[in-house]
Design a binder for this molecule. Sequence first.
Ligand code: ZN
Length: 67
Amino acid sequence: METATTNEGWVYLKNSPKWHYIRNRTSLCNKFLYLGTQELEQGNNNSPDNCAVCRKKLEKEKAEVNS
Ligand SMILES: [Zn+2]
């Protein structure tokens, strides 16, 4: 497991009403690119403002880690 938490996190993008989870400069839903200008936030994974696809992918990963 990599622990590069600074390279991933939630970000609010102007061209989307939702927050997306960025990893390796791409959102987990594969719809958005991260240009590196905004700060990535950790936590708040269950916020209703989060993109549903990003949220589900992240939840699935966490479930696999804990199992
Ligand atoms: Zn998303």
